[in-house]
Design a protein around this ligand. Structure first.
Ligand SMILES: Nc1ncnc2c1ncn2[C@@H]1O[C@H](COP(=O)(O)OP(=O)(O)OP(=O)(O)O)[C@@H](O)[C@H]1O
Ligand SMILES: [Mg+2]
Length: 398
């Protein structure tokens, strides 16, 4: 589509050209009437004809030409010297011939120019499309390279995780048995507790690594969002209380349901709340806000493209904290697997990556907004599930 401003300026240029052409036409008619014998004045009609041709409208050109021809022959109505009438007719017919020729050539040239300009604009538009397609290709190539590298890293991580996982379970079991020994001193008990906590942390990291490489397909069922949110909040509440961070839950008036894998979506909320808790300090606040909004036209089109069920509303789950926030370079890398700013052993850097993978597999999106010193907002959007008679039957039939 052409931009509106150049179109408007072209229109006002045409209006100016037509005004000048009209003024010239009137001027020549006046000169002709003052010096009727002088046919040279009629040649002046060439100028308005050339001007009108630049407006590139055939109908306008035909009208102008007719007016000029008429005005040229009007000169014949004035009295001429005896015997000069025939030569006046011949002279004025020659002028008319010149005017018709000029009009024809000027119009043909302008129309050719217009065709060339159109072809040039179409070519420029095609070049732009090609450029964009090329950029898209470059992006896809980068993404492919990244996923190839990731697949290799993931494979290695899975092997290491597997090798570490088995002896870890055995160590954990022995530590728990030791902790039950009656003759332990309080100091020994405290040390065993620390060992147990550290083992749990390693087990969590190993689990994260394994879920990265063995991402299973979600096993879905209709889930009440309120239940999902309140159960995760209840699980996390003690950790928030210990740190003096307030955890608030707001659930909208409308009951929302999502078609999801309970375990995976709980994992997403736990990851987001764990991050928010790590970024906040005593006296600060974390909120979970669950709500609904109508589906956008982009989302509806994307769902249609991927063959997913149409949804009318989207469920939004926002985890908002008033914590440290993230600087631009961390924000840019937040979804990269293994990106972490936590101390070695404290974070695998997989929380956000896995959370987004899970949400995407559920047909949703996960976005992040953050400002240093103000806090972070993570917005999860999932399609609202509306039971159809067929889906109700399928659920009961299972
Ligand atoms: N709410 C938040 N506020 C500030 N920074 C955040 C927040 N959430 C994530 N981050 C930053 O993004 C990084 C990546 O987060 P992610 O959850 O992927 O990994 P992690 O928390 O470091 O480790 P893991 O979740 O695997 O234990 C974090 O290290 C942290 O720097
Ligand atoms: Mg995390």
């Amino acid at each position: 589509m052409e931009p509106a401003i150049p179109q408007r300026s072209a229109r006002s240029r045409d209006q100016l050209v037509l005004f000048i052409a009209g003024a010239l036409f009137v001027l020549i008619v006046i000169i002709e009437s003052l010096a009727p014998a002088n046919v040279v004045g009629a040649y002046g009609f060439v100028v308005p004809i050339l001007l009108v041709a630049t407006v590139r409208k055939r109908s306008l050109m035909v009208l102008t030409l007719l007016a000029c021809v008429l005005a040229t022959y009007v000169g014949l109505l004035r009295p001429t010297k005896p015997g000069r009438f025939v030569s006046a007719v011949i002279n004025r017919t020659v002028v008319v011939g010149v005017l018709v020729g000029v009009a024809y050539f000027a119009m043909t040239r302008e129309e050719r120019k217009a065709r060339e300009e159109e072809a040039r604009a179409a070519l420029a538009a095609q070049a732009e499309t090609l450029l964009q397609a090329n950029m898209q290709l470059e992006k896809l190539k980068d993404a492919l390279n990244r996923s190839v590298r990731l697949a290799a890293a993931g494979q290695l991580a899975a092997e290491v995780a597997h090798e570490v996982g088995t002896p870890l379970h055995s160590i954990a079991w022995h530590v728990q048995s030791l902790a039950e020994e009656p003759q332990l001193t309080p100091d020994m008990k405290r040390r065993l507790q620390i060992i147990d906590q550290e083992i749990n942390r390693v087990v969590k990291n190993v689990k994260n690594l394994l879920s990265l490489t063995r991402q299973r397909k979600p096993s879905r069922s209709p889930l009440a969002v309120e239940e999902l949110v309140t159960s995760v909040a209840a699980l996390m509440e003690p950790s928030f209380r210990r740190k003096g961070v307030e955890l608030r839950v707001h659930v909208g008036a409308e009951a929302s349901t999502v078609w999801g894998d309970a375990e995976q979506l709980q994992q997403v909320l736990m990851n987001l709340l764990t991050n928010a808790l790590a970024a906040t300090s005593s006296g600060q606040q974390v909120q979970i806000i669950a709500g609904q909004r109508p589906v956008s036209s982009d989302e509806a089109a994307a769902r249609q493209r991927t063959g997913e069920r149409p949804a009318e509303t989207m469920v939004t789950l926002v985890v908002q904290d008033t914590g440290s926030g993230m600087p631009e370079e961390h924000l840019r890398r937040a979804f990269e697997p293994f990106f972490t700013t936590k101390a070695s052993g404290d974070g695998t850097g997989l929380g956000l990556y896995l959370s987004r993978e899970i949400v995407t597999a559920h047909g949703g999106t996960l976005d992040i907004q953050s400002e240093v010193g103000k806090g972070t907002t993570i917005r999860v959007t999932l399609p609202n599930y509306v039971a159809t008679p067929a889906s109700v039957e399928a659920t009961h039939g299972r």
